[in-house]
Design a protein around this ligand. Structure first.
Ligand SMILES: [Fe+2]
Ligand SMILES: [Fe+2]
Length: 280
């Protein structure tokens, strides 16, 4: 999907952050429609989908993902995940054009950007055929961070979207991290990043983390990692939790609300957990 921007007179921005949809491993027959209904009912300004739209990068899985994205009332900003590259048995395609289907069926824009009067969101790709799990940040992605976030007003809240994590989230213990993350954090901090939205781990977390750039002092960044919104690839199969994050951004704060799927009611609902971070 091409970049989309809207003018916005209100001082409040709502972003629904979904991730790890994994068409091919959908957990409940009703869950995708429930997700769409919950997000459309929340009158969001933007839907961010931080990768792993599919389970095996099959055409029919991407087409299902495209239908879901088109069903949102708000524009969708999407980045790919490691499950959106060709699988290992398509080795030549995996190595030489790993995101060919994603680009054809989802979007050819691998550095999507969205902005209104107060918030700017930049997505980057971390999914390549040569790396298996943790993802990688290339020089090209560093340039996208610089271009997308660095040139904008320092007053704006700057959000980076990337499937793989750039920092260890203390509450999640040891987990996959993208190669090249040090340079990415360095560039993002210099560009003034405030919030990083990621997925991949299939576990929900929202934390304010001290990150450091090479020659700068440490900076506090809000990192949000959402669970799998719709799939049965649960990190803890006995819990079987599907979640996404609702961000509400005003002049003072970034509030993060966890939304949870209730299988008995077949709908998403508010979880009591909510986080509030002061804007600097
Ligand atoms: Fe995933
Ligand atoms: Fe992933």
């Amino acid at each position: 999907m091409p970049n989309r921007s809207t003018s916005h007179e209100s001082t409040m921005t709502r972003i629904a952050h979904i991730s790890d949809i994994h068409f091919g491993r959908i957990a409940h027959p009703e869950i995708v429609d429930a997700l769409i209904a919950d997000i459309n009912g929340s009158k969001v300004d933007l839907v961010v989908a931080s990768g792993d739209l599919t389970q095996r990068a099959f055409g029919h899985q991407f087409r299902a993902a495209r239908r879901m994205l088109d069903a949102f009332d708000a524009p969708a900003l999407v980045v790919p995940g490691n499950h959106d590259v060709f699988p290992w048995w398509r080795l030549v395609s995996r190595l030489f054009d790993p995101l060919r289907r994603y680009k054809r069926l989802i979007t050819s824009d691998l550095a999507p950007r969205w902005a209104n009067g107060d918030v700017v969101v930049q997505g980057i790709n971390s999914a390549f055929g040569w790396t298996i799990q943790g993802g990688r940040i290339t020089d090209q992605e560093l340039q996208h961070i610089k271009d997308g976030l660095g040139g904008t007003s320092s007053e704006a809240l700057k959000v980076l979207v990337v499937h793989h994590h750039l920092n260890e989230v203390p509450g999640l213990g040891h987990h996959d991290l993208a190669r090249g993350r040090g340079a990415a954090i360095d560039v993002a901090v210099r560009a003034g990043v405030n919030v990083i939205l990621s997925g991949h781990l299939h576990v929900f977390a929202a934390e304010c983390i001290q990150v450091s750039a090479k020659e700068n002092s440490a900076k506090e960044v809000v990192v949000v990692s959402t669970g799998t919104a719709t799939s049965n690839r649960w990190r803890s199969p006995d819990i079987g939790e599907n979640s996404y994050a609702m961000l509400t951004i005003d002049q003072e704060r970034v509030r993060v609300q966890k939304r949870l799927f209730d299988a008995s009611k077949k709908k998403y609902a508010e979880d009591p957990k909510e986080w509030s971070f002061k804007r600097d």
